[in-house]
Each structure stands twice: as C-alpha cells, then as structure tokens.
Design a protein around this ligand. Structure first.
Ligand SMILES: NC(=O)c1ccc[n+]([C@@H]2O[C@H](COP(=O)([O-])OP(=O)(O)OC[C@H]3O[C@@H](n4cnc5c(N)ncnc54)[C@H](OP(=O)(O)O)[C@@H]3O)[C@@H](O)[C@H]2O)c1
Length: 278
C-alpha cells in the first residue's frame, strides 16, 4: 500500500490528503465505522459538532491503539455559536465531547452571512489558536468575498477552506482564490454523495483504467491537489476509497472530468444559508 501523501498547511502543520468523513453516520455506528477506517489505514477523520457524533469519533481514536499524534482530527464550530464568547465555549465543548487533549484542525462550519459577523467569529478562532489546543484553524463554505473580509480585518490566514467540490461543481474560482492566498482547499462530498458515479465520462475512464468510478473521481481530486475525506459505512467501499495510489489519470482524463462542471450543488449555497439550530 502506498502511503497517503501529506499536504503542508500554511503554518507548517501536515495533513493527510485522504481522510474519512463521518457526516450522516449515526452516533451508534460511528465508533465502528471510524475504527474500520483506521484499520484500513486512514489517519485523518473529519467530524463536526453538527454531526452529533464527536463523542463516538473520540472513542474510536482512543480504542484504535494508535498514538493520538498519528491521527489528524478535524471538527467544526456549529452554527449558533458565532458570537465571540460562544465560539470559545463551543471549542472547549468539542474537546470535552471528543474527550481528546487537542484538535488538529478546527473550522468555522458556515459563514452564515446574515447571522452575527463571521469576522468576530474568526477573531475567536484566533484566540482559540493562541490557546494551543488546536494545531490549525480554518473555515468551511467561505466564498472569496468572505475570505477577503477576514484577510483585511484579522491577522491569521485560515489554513484551509472546506467547500463542496466534485465533478459537477469544480469550483475553479474559489480554489484559485484559496491557492493564491496559501489556503488549502478541502473538497466535501467529493463523489457528490454518489451522484457522479453513473456519469458516462467517469464510467468510461474507470473502465479504461480498470478502476471504479469512485476511485477515478477521488483520484481526480488528489491530482488537483485538494484534500478529500469520502464517507462510507460499507467496509468494501472504505477500502475501495483508500486504494487510489497505483494509477494516475492522464491530462486528458483530468480535463474531461473537470469539463463535467455544471455548477450543481448537493448542499446549500453559502451566500444564502443562514440556518441556526434551535
Ligand atoms: N463542511 C461541510 O459543510 C460539509 C458538508 C458535507 C460533507 N462534509 C464532509 O465531507 C465528507 C464527505 O461528504 P459526504 O459524506 O457528504 O459525501 P460523499 O463522501 O461524497 O458520499 C458519501 C455517500 O456515497 C456512498 N459511497 C461512498 N463510497 C462509495 C463508493 N466507493 N461507491 C459507491 N458509493 C459510495 C456512501 O454510502 P454508504 O455510506 O452507504 O456506503 C454515501 O452514501 C462528510 O462525511 C463530511 O466529513 C462537510
């Protein structure tokens, strides 16, 4: 098995380019699913307070027998905690729920442009970072105009921007902005929750290479330089999604897949999404 490459973030912290996402995994399934991923070889887990399964992710990390330093753990500040003091408390609660001493990466989950002010939230993230219990801080679902405000009004550049990216939403503009500012792009819903796997172009390329449509799609992300963490509760798929390092897509295959972009989201548009749980 070829090792998963690391990406070096803008503060020198290294993140495995391929991880395991736990969105929509029921809490009672999360410990086993995460342990399966760790057994298969994943060393990067992406969770969030919003997913309701931080506790079980923490249990898996501790039960894995791996040293804490071998696993990269990301969580996210939930909507509803954007005010400065609320964000500080929410970070402490996330560490308590995961029951681990530090996080590797903590993200503002959504900008929520009409709820409070994400610049104030980012100032709280800087305070959390200064506290030393998180190795890197970043954002999720931020558009370039949100990032420009952070850049102009605060001092720490986000280490990552986690956004929806897949062949039907190639996100060239946001990815280019991220790259220009030293922000790593993380691609969420990398296979569009399964929605791109029957695409004729992706199926054709997969058949030519003797790989699956999911592997071809994930390989496209890796060759673009993005960080991915596909989710699956199915062991064979968890293995399949990790088996990406014995083939390469040609420039033509890469361009054909990028050419499938039709600006189609599976999730909300960050400029319009202002949902805060009760
Ligand atoms: N920041 C954000 O706002 C945000 C939003 C969404 C997601 N995320 C993160 O991104 C991660 C991944 O995104 P996602 O969970 O939305 O979607 P995804 O990884 O694109 O797709 C997951 C779905 O595809 C199926 N699947 C997985 N591998 C497969 C394969 N090899 N062949 C066929 N089907 C396969 C899974 O089914 P089974 O599980 O039944 O096998 C599941 O239904 C999340 O878990 C989360 O960590 C972040």
């Amino acid at each position: 098995m070829t090792a998963v490459p690391n990406i070096t973030l803008n503060n020198g912290v290294e993140i495995p380019q391929l991880g395991f996402g736990v969105f929509q995994i029921e809490p009672e399934e999360t410990k086993d699913a995460t342990l399966t991923a760790l057994e298969v070889g994943y060393r990067h887990i992406d969770t969030a307070e919003m997913y309701g399964n931080e506790k079980e992710v923490g249990e898996a990390v501790r039960a894995s027998g791996l040293d804490r330093s071998e696993i990269f753990v990301t969580s996210k500040l939930n909507n509803g905690f954007h005010a400065y003091d609320d964000a500080l408390k929410a970070f402490d609660q996330t560490l308590t729920d995961l029951d681990i001493d530090y996080l590797d990466l903590f993200l503002v989950h959504w900008p929520l442009p009409e709820v409070g002010d994400y610049v104030e939230t980012w100032k709280a993230m800087e305070k959390i970072y200064e506290g030393g219990k998180v190795r890197a801080i970043g954002v999720s679902n931020f558009q370039p105009h949100h990032l420009r405000r952070i850049h102009g009004e605060t001092s720490v550049t986000p280490a990552v921007n986690q956004i929806e990216v897949h062949p039907y939403l190639a996100q060239e503009e946001v990815r280019a902005f991220d790259a220009e500012h030293g922000i790593a792009t993380e691609a969420w819903s990398p296979i569009a929750q399964g929605g791109v796997l029957k695409d004729d172009t992706i199926v054709r390329i997969a058949e030519n290479l003797g790989k699956t449509p999911a592997q071809v799609t994930l390989r496209w992300h890796l060759q673009r330089g993005d960080i991915v963490f596909p989710k699956s509760v199915t062991r064979s798929r968890v293995e399949e999604n990790f088996d990406l390092f014995d083939f390469e897509l040609s420039e033509v295959d890469m361009a054909d897949i990028t050419g499938l972009d039709k600006g189609e989201r599976t999730g909300p548009n960050p400029d319009e999404f202002n949902y805060v749980p009760e």
